[in-house]
Design a protein around this ligand. Sequence first.
Ligand SMILES: *[C@@H]1O[C@H](CO)[C@@H](O)[C@H](O)[C@H]1NC(C)=O
Ligand SMILES: *[C@@H]1O[C@H](CO)[C@@H](O)[C@H](O)[C@H]1NC(C)=O
Length: 346
Amino acid sequence: MIPKARVVIPSPPLSLLLIFLLFFSSANAAAFNNLTTIPFNDGYSPLFGDSNVVRSPDGNGVRLNLDRFSGSGFVSSNMYKYGFFSARIKLPSAYTAGICVAFYTSNGDVFEKTHDELDFEFLGNIPGKPWRFQTNLYGNGSTHRGREERYRLWFDPSKEFHRYSILWTAKNIIFYIDEVPIREVIRNEEMGADYPSKPMSLYATIWDASDWATSGGKYKVNYKYAPFVSEYKDLAIEGCSVNPIQELSGGDACSEKLDKLEAQDYATVTPRRRLAMRRFRQRFMYYSYCYDTLRYPISPPECVIDPAERMRFKDTGRLRFGGSHRRHSKLRSRTSTPVVEDDQAD
Ligand SMILES: *[C@@H]1O[C@H](CO)[C@@H](O)[C@H](O)[C@H]1NC(C)=O
Ligand SMILES: *[C@@H]1O[C@H](CO)[C@@H](O)[C@H](O)[C@H]1NC(C)=O
């Protein structure tokens, strides 16, 4: 029997939150002010639910709708081996239980059995509770080894646009929200092929994930509130665009672009950013696979175990996870894992 676990999130006093916000707003913004944006019409195309993919009048941005007939999604026209993938996103407002809004890189359409993936997944909310989201990665089809972390946000993501970014290099992966790095995965030899290593495209989707997204599936999508709309603008990709098949046979026209990528300001977690990351994780992370001993009696090799975090997470048990996005459209995930309702205690 696996005991039912609770996820307890302490509410920090308001004064701490204010200090925190001040700290974040003064974090170095320069890294994100000069990104190479690619207008939607020039670099992306609908993935599914075409009639629910609505371009902005200027062709730069796009809206993805979910209604009772279909979700929707888009994908970048090019694939990249190593890159920085970024967009300003505004999530659906009001009642959004059961909805998954994903912003991710993948190559599941090319490498069906051995795909790589890096994810932001927003998991809907119930009225009066904050949005929650997770990050995750897969490499070479490691879909049975999820590496999820779950968090709350320090703002309401449905009110304004915020920038969400994924950096992927040969050395590290960094997930950013605005200028705050929230997670860094440093490549570890022992991860082997679990570290994403084949060219990936950028994807964004919105879909019905009623059976797992919100409180482990307790709250479903309510189509009375449809359509649910997620908006994207200032889409930016920097890195080396490659043909995935040629790449596998060993082209290396990329080295200059990759040197440039690694030299970008956002490719380094400076001491100042590391502090912001630590604060974010202390206050807003409420689940990490690294401390889920029910799932991983021995934590995966890239995990850096922090004794204080281990204490904080000792009671977290299994959450319900949605798995990889290759079944993003209308298919529902099947899972028989015991479910924890990761309701928040605040
Ligand atoms: C902005 O990017 C362009 C093109 O990459 C570069 O030439 C320019 O120097 C950059 N400006 C700043 C202020 O970094
Ligand atoms: C990726 O997975 C495939 C199929 O399981 C395997 O044949 C291949 O060797 C793996 N690649 C690496 C780099 O481990």
